[in-house]
Design a protein around this ligand. Structure first.
Ligand code: SAM
Length: 285
């Protein structure tokens, strides 16, 4: 009988509290022939905590394409391998996509060992609508590209989830305020499952104020959630965008935005943001 090959186990690991490793994840990590880890220095303390001695292989965004063929060869030879990232679920704003795609293309078994992920942990405690949500990961670091992405999301009715680095949090909140308006509800979830865990909710204006005056809120690991644009707002925005663009052919942008906002109820700032982007689909086709 031909060798069916080993399994690539995609294993979620804790996002702060080491006790959040599931018993099944531990068993898979113990039994695997090797653990492919984003940063072996980061994964070692977790393995030490659980007395796991499985050898580690580094697989990160800079070497993933180069090491994948050797890992696929090991799987084809019958080894079971585990894939972990520094924290949470691999492939979620983390490496692993190239390996998982290659393993699937080779007809190998790829199996999840689900567990922590910061976006789901944050959503589960945010108190924002959670039936539908859109995960945006990290937005571009450059201001122009970041604002363009936010402008494209302004009518999004689903709860929006972002990852953000602490040193960019104030800039990100400034941009969110400018594009989504001061009154949009938002949640800042920081250091989840860790000693200084905190979940702050309020309007974007209130959160911006708190982060500006309290340096502690600009530290650690951060998930930002923004309430979606409710259906009526989204409709008003669509109508507002179309009217704004028509009026811009005849009037200066400030007047066009004022009239379009007054007529449709869409927020004026959102119309400017949309007007700056010619390629934002507005559903008017
Ligand atoms: N794969 C991970 C997951 O499943 O959540 C995400 C990896 S991404 C490189 C790291 C980002 O996730 C951090 O910059 C932060 O935005 C978020 N994050 C990770 N751990 C967190 C925590 N304990 N509290 C809040 N956010 C966290």
């Amino acid at each position: 009988m031909s060798n069916p090959g080993g399994t690539l186990w995609v294993v979620a690991t804790p996002i702060g509290n080491l006790e959040d490793l599931s018993p099944r994840a531990r068993q898979v990590l113990v039994r695997a022939a090797a653990i492919a880890a984003e940063d072996t220095r980061h994964t070692r303390p977790l393995l030490r905590h659980y007395g796991i001695r499985t050898p580690l292989v580094a697989v990160h965004e800079h070497n993933e394409a180069a090491v994948v063929p050797a890992l696929i060869a090991r799987l084809q030879a019958g080894d079971d391998l585990a894939l972990v990232s520094d924290a949470g679920t691999p492939l979620v704003s983390d490496p692993g996509f190239v390996l998982v795609r290659a393993a699937r293309a080779a007809g190998l078994r790829v199996a999840p060992v689900p567990g922590p992920s910061a976006l789901i942990a944050a959503l589960s405690v945010a108190g924002l609508p959670s039936a539908r949500f859109a995960f945006e990961g990290f937005l571009p670091a450059k201001a122009g590209a970041r604002r363009a992405r936010l402008a494209a999301l302004v009518g999004e009715p689903r709860t929006l989830i972002f990852y953000e680095a602490p040193h960019r949090l104030q800039e990100m909140l400034d941009d969110l305020l400018a594009v989504f308006g001061a009154q949009r509800s938002a949640v800042l979830a920081r250091e989840l499952t860790k000693l200084h865990e905190i979940v702050l909710d309020g309007t974007l204006a209130a959160l911006r104020e708190r982060v500006g005056t309290d340096a502690d809120q600009r530290r650690g690991e951060i998930v930002l959630l923004v309430a979606g644009n409710e259906a009526e707002d989204a409709q008003a925005l669509g109508a507002g965008r179309r009217l704004y663009r028509l009026l811009c052919a005849e009037l200066p942008p400030a007047r066009a935005a004022r009239i379009a906002a007054e007529f449709t109820g869409a927020p004026r700032r959102a119309l400017y943001a949309a007007g700056a982007l010619d390629d934002v689909p507005d559903g008017s086709a």
